[in-house]
Ligand binder design. Structure first.
Ligand code: BGC
Length: 800
């Protein structure tokens, strides 16, 4: 590691200054962070200093001159120092550290404690790409969105994305990435679903652990967020999520548990919402009983920005760091100790947890970050991951990959020219460039119709010029979508004569702060539908193919129009290399192997949480009446047909599943499951092998089956086979029994189902558990204050 660092230099300066004022003997006794024990360092702090350590240095939004001119040079987002000169100098310093970062921990130079920097994720590091009076650029790689990464079902690849991401963090001087986002995609309309992985906690936990392990392998930290049940943006800072203990443990907490146990993230970010009446950041049950006592979490918890109301409860709950922080909050903490509302020992405990992580910072050893991460190599990783996570939804008559005779493409849809690389809000990344589908297809040797291209580029420019520029919207990527241009039948017919095939890209932005709407978003707009119809009818009349590319951040309705085009490629929001990855699939350079991690329902009304989302009652409250029946657990248990089921995705080849073997017929500590997968088609490809388990329902009702294992094969050449192994342990058999606050594996027959999706099972086998097992006793916590009428698969509503 290279040495020179502003902080160590600053630290030395302060020590010299103190040394010149204090007698030499006492100066030598001042413990120093990193050299003395934390107990000694904390023991030396004054109450005011302790309070400061628990509070961040304000929101570090990088305010442009255009705003500063209006405010007389005052950053309107910075906390008011209120005469606290130490705080105001910390703010100034923090703002100079990494422009565009989200915040920092506090500095205490007297004791050698330096600030550490947070920058948003989760699809790449979010910092300002340019800096005042600096010709250099600080671009970060826009990796694919969380949902796409999960759709790769490839833990190793996601780990590699994490490594690249963590390396950018390290080289730009960021200590902790505020991500990954690990909330369950409870409802397809949640505005931030794009940041999250899945409707399923097992996929969420495994993919989350993979990315955290990748990031932290670089010697920097991650913050898994938003803990927990932050499943909607509507009223996100006030909503009370009323959830049963079982649904919490099995669905909403389980992904976090897996990631905490398998990747030990440095930090956890609590969420904005309440769970069962208490803000998560003020929730001792959640942050201490569950997170620390039950799961053994050793890092620290930070609030989401401005979350919660009562700082004293936050400190007591074990929400160690209050973000973004203000001098007023420091004062409140110190006053609470003076008035006896808070024990000073609680402050000490929280500070120790924060400083234990600060000790891991590259800043401790004065790492001289280069500001020059290898963006070229990282772009290649982004391109690979994007292609591996795209899901081929439809491919009639092998429309894709395009055959060699097809070269001239008519590219329709705004998204063909202005791709959406990621969602908006804090997760927006300032990448150096983005590759549109048009550019990507051209890079792959296709010719795009120039007349169509010019019309779209001019149209988009003209529409954009009608909108006023909004700086905040720009730095958070809140680009309003431009309505689709009207393509008349005559125009479409003309283009169908001169082109070999048509590709229509439907693009949609989504993001933080608001949920999506059913009309014009979940359902296609009238213009989008007419574009698909008009283009398809013209091209089909000439026996030419039409492909729809979905450049979207969340689930949309497909059932009413999917029969029209020949192929549908779900590209999600694929990051900066978007067009190249799309072209890789379309050309057949990459055989699609992505699978859905969230169900596409036939219509929105089929969604189990539809009647409880997002709720408009006052005070805001949402009762999770669907209980554990989220996503495929609901559709499969209650026999509801879907458009595309969880786990679904097509390939250009076929796979044969055979030779399913279990290591035993009766369960003791574990069962090893093996299955052979053979590529029986003509091109090389990868398959995602999914293991679902049906458990006996003696005292507890169970979903039809649940995902308990998944592996992606290597690239199998035609005729090549691979044996895939899974280990089922006790935990995989257990459900949460609220009456005894324990994970219980009920006795009876367990059916192993190996499938290509959650409904397409290829092989079955079973084993017995002779005696009920108490797998783990947990702490009683998070009990709802009101009774919840939860959905249950009783005889009446369970369809055969
Ligand atoms: C978001 C977090 C983000 C934080 C800091 C909040 O509004 O909910 O995900 O990390 O801001 O920017």
């Amino acid at each position: 590691m290279k040495k020179i660092n502003a902080f160590s230099l600053a630290g030395i300066k302060v020590v010299i200054l103190i040394g010149s004022i204090l007698p030499v003997a006492s100066a030598q006794k001042v413990p120093q962070f990193g050299k003395s024990t934390l107990k000694e360092v904390i023991g030396t702090m004054t109450l005011e200093e302790k309070a400061r350590m628990l509070v961040g240095t304000g929101w570090l939004i990088d305010v442009p001159d255009s705003i500063l001119r209006k405010t007389g040079g005052v950053n309107p987002f910075a906390p008011k120092p209120d005469g606290d000169t130490t705080f105001s100098s910390m703010i100034k310093k923090a703002q100079r550290m990494i422009p565009g970062a989200a915040g920092t921990t506090s500095e205490l130079a007297r004791l050698g404690i330096f600030p550490t920097v947070f920058a948003n994720g989760p699809s790449g590091i979010s910092i300002s790409a340019t800096r005042k009076d600096d010709k250099n650029t600080y671009h970060c790689t826009a990796f694919p969105i969380g949902t796409l990464l999960a759709s790769t079902w490839d833990k190793e690849l996601v780990r590699q994305v994490g490594e690249a991401y963590g390396n950018e963090e390290l080289e730009y001087g960021v200590d902790i990435a505020l991500g990954p986002g690990m909330n369950i995609q409870r409802n397809p309309l949640c505005g931030r679903n794009y940041e999250y992985f899945s409707e399923d906690p097992f996929v969420t936990g495994k993919i989350g652990a993979a990315i955290v392990n990748g990031i932290q392998s670089q010697g920097v930290g991650a913050s898994v967020k938003h803990f927990a049940a932050n499943n909607q943006e509507t009223n996100r800072t006030t909503v009370n999520a009323v959830i049963s203990e079982r649904a919490l443990r099995e669905i909403y907490l389980e992904g976090f548990r897996i990631a905490i146990e398998e990747s030990h993230p440095w930090t956890v970010m609590s969420s904005y919402n309440k769970i069962n009446g208490t803000y998560t950041s003020e929730n001792y049950d959640l942050l201490t009983k569950v997170l620390r006592n039950d799961w053994g979490f050793k890092g620290y918890v930070m609030t989401d920005w401005y979350a919660g109301l009562d700082i004293v409860s936050q400190v007591k709950a074990g929400n160690d760091l209050i973000m973004p922080g203000s001098p007023q909050q420091c004062k409140k903490i110190a006053d609470a100790v003076k008035s006896g509302k808070l024990e000073e020992s609680t402050l000490d405990l929280n500070i120790e947890r924060i400083l234990n992580i600060v000790l891991k910072s590259p800043r401790l050893s004065s790492y001289a970050f280069s500001n020059k991460p290898d963006l070229v190599t990282h772009a290649k990783i982004a391109r690979k991951a994007a292609a591996e996570g795209m899901v081929l939804l439809k491919n009639d008559n092998s429309t894709l990959p395009l055959t060699s005779g097809i070269k001239n493409l008519a590219l329709f849809g705004n998204g063909s020219y202005e791709v959406v690389t990621g969602g908006s809000g804090s997760g927006y990344v300032q990448e150096a460039y983005s590759i549109s589908p048009e550019a990507g297809l051209q890079n792959a040797g296709y010719k795009s119709d120039n007349d169509i291209s010019i019309s779209y580029v001019n149209y988009i420019k003209q529409e954009r010029s009608k909108k006023q520029r909004n700086y905040l919207a720009e730095i958070f990527g809140m680009r309003e979508s431009v309505p689709e241009m009207n393509i008349s039948s005559d125009m479409a017919e003309g283009f169908s004569k001169t082109n070999d095939a048509a590709i229509i890209t439907i693009c949609k932005n989504t993001g933080e702060g608001q949920d999506r709407k059913i009309d014009f978003d979940f359902n296609l707009t009238a213009q989008e539908r007419s574009l698909i119809e008009t283009v398809s009818s013209a091209f089909h009349a000439k026996n030419k193919k039409v492909i729809v590319v979905l450049n979207i951040g969340g689930v949309i309705e497909t059932a009413s129009w999917r029969s029209i085009p020949d192929a549908i490629l779900l590209a999600w929001q694929p990051g900066q290399e978007a067009g190249n990855s799309i072209a890789d699939i379309i050309s057949g350079k990459v055989n699609p192997s992505g699978k859905l991690t969230i169900t596409f329902p036939l219509s929105y009304s089929d969604v189990p949480s539809a009647k409880n989302f997002p709720s408009t009652i006052t005070p805001p409250k949402v009762v999770y009446e669907e209980g554990i029946f989220v996503g495929y657990r609901y559709y499969n248990t209650f026999g509801i047909k879907t458009a595309y089921e969880f786990g679904y995705g097509l390939s250009y080849t076929n796979f044969k599943y055979s030779n399913l073997k279990l290591s035993a017929t009766s369960f003791r500590d574990k069962i090893i499951v093996k299955v052979d997968i053979k590529n029986t088609g003509n091109v090389a490809g990868k398959e995602v092998v999914q293991l679902y388990l049906s458990a006996p329902a003696n005292n507890m009702y169970k979903p039809e089956s649940e995902l308990k294992g998944f592996e992606k094969t290597k690239l199998l050449q035609p005729g090549e086979s691979q044996t895939i192994s899974f280990i089922l342990d006790k935990r995989n058999l257990a459900s949460f029994d609220t009456s005894i606050t324990s994970w219980i594996a009920e006795s009876g027959k367990y059916t192993v189902k190996i499938g290509t999706s959650s409904t397409n099972y290829k092989l079955f086998s079973s084993f017995d558990l002779n005696k009920e097992l108490l797998v783990k006793k947990e702490t009683k916590a998070l009990t709802p204050a009101e009774s919840i009428t939860e959905l249950k698969p009783d005889e009446k509503n369970k369809k055969p």
